[in-house]
Design a protein around this ligand. Structure first.
Ligand code: ADP
Ligand code: F6P
Length: 456
């Protein structure tokens, strides 16, 4: 059987404890569990001198992990600089936060070249190579320059921005040309496919046909939406297993019978956390019956802390949480709990199940797996309600959720009141529809769909 070779910037800690953070690592690990394969990416280490060869670790289930280190200069230019200082804000519609410098772009290109050379030494005839996310867009061009003619696929976990936004990104034409060096270009939603097709057409580089067959820069490729998903059955099982765990019992004891609203995110400006907390403030201000009756728990570990765009989010959130707690707390009730650490997936599953509302309100998000995890973890006989931003990719599939505009935090606050008052029958009906979708389209179906396109 031909091997699946996955390339990502970050490799999740495999079998070494420590929960992976970020939808990409979570989904890739689950995708590789089935048949094994090779996973190449950055080790997470920054070194003074690069080793001669990548470190190769072999795990159970025929999984081989190939780790590459970065130098400080590579980390600063490739990861912090161009990937997370230029592309991430731009792809999340924040051109105001985007920064650009030539040395960062050079670093980005050089690391892609180095990843390609490392891969070149490992690839075997028949391998299917699946590259992930905005850090590694030029990888296919670098592999083609090394005469590699294997089928190459790319999946973008973030949104693909509309043309007017993409045009603001320095080097946008090269980025899109690099994308077209892949045989299959996968996006999260049809909206992203349409944005990509629109860019090609309006910049007169090529076109995408009705069945996703694309042609641009003298190349042919397939473009398609593959909405990423979760391992639904194992998530359900974990939630059931954890229902009576010490962690969930302690959480419930601390809540003293109050209902729980939960948010789980990396501490990223795209996640809409400040507006979310203001929506909760609105709930307490305008719907006083919920004071002392519900608690909002936001779990948000820091991410990409060296970038100044991330520096103020935490203090801003803490300020709002402090202000709201100051205004509404009572001697036996704290309205908002802000937690900046990670939890294991099992513990999170238990926390989701214990929550009456899952609050997922990004200003924009490629997909958002937390929304799907929350649904999978509910008790079908007494499910909680998912309050979901219309700007999360997940909203395209999960229309049984309460869909909100995250910019209108007053309306979100009112939607929270509606969710807390929703009759059991309606909660069950909505949950059934959502769970049905997640059972039919889980991470395995996602991976198979992409692999089928890559093999075609
Ligand atoms: P992103 O990829 O932008 O981080 P997603 O919602 O798609 O957003 O994926 C986040 C993933 O990381 C989910 O699987 C979620 O369970 C996990 N995660 C996020 N925050 C935490 C946390 N504090 N502890 C453990 N896992 C987390
Ligand atoms: O899923 C989006 C994503 O940017 C992944 O590419 C990334 O691995 C994850 O979020 C976490 O971010 P980082 O690797 O920068 O900590």
């Amino acid at each position: 059987m031909s091997r699946l070779v996955v390339v990502t910037n970050r490799i999740a800690p495999v079998g070494e404890g420590g929960p992976p953070q970020g939808g990409l690592a979570v989904a890739v690990l689950e995708a590789l569990k089935e048949h094994g394969g090779v996973w190449l990416g950055w080790s997470g280490k920054i070194v003074e001198t690069l080793p001669d060869k990548p470190r190769i670790r072999r795990y159970r289930n025929n999984l081989t992990v190939v780790e590459l280190d970065l130098t400080q200069a590579e980390y600063d230019t490739y990861y912090l600089g161009y990937a997370n200082g230029t592309l991430w804000p731009a792809f999340h519609y924040r051109l105001d936060l985007m920064e650009f410098s030539r040395p960062n772009l050079d670093g980005y290109s050089a690391v892609n070249r180095r990843f390609a050379r490392a891969l070149d030494g490992l690839l075997q005839p028949g391998d299917r190579v699946w590259v992930h996310d905005y850090h590694l867009i030029p990888l296919a061009s670098e592999l083609r320059a090394l005469d590699i003619s294997l089928r190459l696929g790319f999946f973008l976990h973030t949104p693909f921005p509309v043309t007017q936004v993409l045009l603001g990104v320095p080097w946008h034409r090269n980025l899109v040309e690099h994308l077209t060096a892949y045989d299959v270009i996968g996006f999260q939603t049809d909206r992203d496919v349409a944005a990509f097709a629109d860019y090609l057409a309006s910049e007169k580089h090529g076109q995408v046909g009705p069945d996703g067959e694309g042609e641009a820069f003298g190349r042919k490729f397939q473009v398609q939406a593959f909405p990423i998903s979760i391992e639904t059955s194992s998530m359900i099982k974990q939630a059931v297993d954890m229902e009576d765990s010490p962690q969930v019992r302690r959480l419930k004891a601390a809540l003293r019978g109050r209902r729980l609203l939960i948010g789980v995110d990396r501490l990223d400006y795209s996640k809409g956390l400040v507006r979310r907390i203001r929506a909760v403030e609105r709930l307490f201000a305008v719907h006083p019956q919920f004071r002392s009756a519900v608690t909002f728990m936001q779990i948000a570990p820091a991410t990409r802390g060296e970038l100044h765009q991330y520096a103020s989010i935490r203090s801003e959130l803490e300020q709002h949480a402090g202000r709201i707690n100051g205004a509404y707390a009572d001697y036996d009730w704290m309205p908002i709990r802000y937690i900046s650490r990670s939890y294991s997936r099992r513990t999170l599953a238990g926390f989701y199940r214990a929550s009456a509302i899952g609050l997922v309100t990004p200003l924009i998000d490629g997909m958002n797996l937390v929304a799907k995890e929350y649904v999978a973890c509910q008790d079908p006989t007494d499910p909680g309600v998912l309050v979901l931003s219309r700007f999360a990719g997940a909203a395209q599939e999960l229309d049984g959720a309460l869909i909100v505009n995250p910019y209108d935090f007053e309306a979100v606050g009112d939607a929270l009141a509606g969710a807390l008052e929703m009759p059991l029958d309606e909660r069950r009906d909505r949950h059934r529809v959502l769970l049905d979708r997640l059972k039919r389209w889980d991470v395995t179906v996602w991976r198979r769909a992409f692999e089928a396109a890559l093999a075609a």
